[in-house]
Design a protein around this ligand. Structure first.
Ligand code: GLU
Length: 295
């Protein structure tokens, strides 16, 4: 069998149940994959035991299922993949693109982001002291194309912007794990919320440093509440009502500016998804953040 040319994914962090904003992102990535005749995977990014919960992960998976959004492969959990992240870090150390950092957040803040302990220059060996591991960015003005937002220009400053890839507490960081799993799962297209736009160029460099070509990107504007805040657990976004998937899907399509017909409001979730698959036009999605209101 030949590889499909399109493999997409939805990769939520299980900090709480699925809300309307995450449904919109999930639906957009699902429809892009279907539109391209590709595969769509679900990955639970449960890297932070202090913030993530098993219960939230279960609720998210249940909610996706209730809305007919089924992963084409078994759902992957990042909490099961620590060995792979460790291997990636070893590779980055070998390539001199990782270093140990002993600085506290306060020290970095007081030094305008520079490391008073000269962590990057000194490439210190492990000495038993707690430390974070950072990726050494190359100073660069990154230019890349977003499939919805068009040309992007992002300035990356070596040292000042070096992302943490393993935290002091020993947890692997999102910035590393997301890249490692996108590589490992052969993801060709990433569709996600525009709140992650500012970290995209960092992830492209990490991907290249691991010897791979970065995927294509498409960032969907985040959904905001009436106060203009991004829907999230922190802003107390209500959980989706899984008993009403039709209503939620219809509203998510409307938020994506796909103009679902009113007659579809009473259809089953399966029919709404089938309609959406046939009529999906990504260029109709409004590119400006903050233009959608939760109904
Ligand atoms: N896990 C990340 C989040 O929930 C998203 C990762 C991604 O789509 O790149 O914010």
């Amino acid at each position: 069998m030949t590889e499909p040319v399109y493999r997409g994914r939805f990769a939520p962090s299980p900090t709480g149940p699925l809300h309307f904003g995450s449904l919109v992102t999930a639906l957009a990535s699902y429809l892009e994959a279907r539109h391209h005749g590709g595969q769509w995977l679900v990955r639970i990014e449960d890297l932070d035991p202090l913030r993530d919960s098993r219960r939230a992960a279960t609720l998210i998976c249940d909610s996706l299922r209730a809305h007919g959004l089924m992963s084409d492969e078994p759902i992957r959990f990042q909490s099961q993949r620590h060995h792979t992240y460790e291997t990636a870090i070893a590779h980055l150390f070998e390539a001199r693109r990782a270093y140990r950092c002993h600085c506290s957040r306060k020290q970095l803040e007081e030094n305008g982001g520079h490391h008073p302990q000269l962590c990057r220059e000194r490439s210190l060996p492990a000495d038993g002291r707690p430390h974070a591991i950072r990726f050494a960015l190359q100073e660069q003005t990154a230019r890349w194309h977003d499939d919805l937002l068009g040309a992007q220009v992002q300035r990356l400053r070596a040292e000042l912007d070096d992302p943490v890839i393993r935290r002091k507490e020993g947890f692997y960081a999102y910035q590393l794990a997301v890249v490692v799993d996108d590589i490992d799962q052969r993801i060709t297209h990433v569709v996600r919320g525009s709140d992650l736009l500012p970290v995209t160029a960092h992830q492209q460099q990490i991907c290249l440093a691991l010897g791979h070509t970065p995927p294509n990107w498409l960032h969907i504007p985040v959904i905001r509440n009436r106060q203009g805040q991004k829907l999230s657990k922190q802003t107390h976004a209500p959980a989706l009502d899984d008993a009403r998937p039709e209503r939620n899907l219809w509203q998510a399509l409307a938020a994506l500016n796909q103009s679902p017909p009113a007659s579809l409001q009473t259809a089953s979730a399966a029919r709404i998804l089938a309609w959406a698959g046939d009529h999906w036009r990504r260029n109709r999605v409004h590119p400006e953040p903050g233009t959608h209101q939760l109904r």
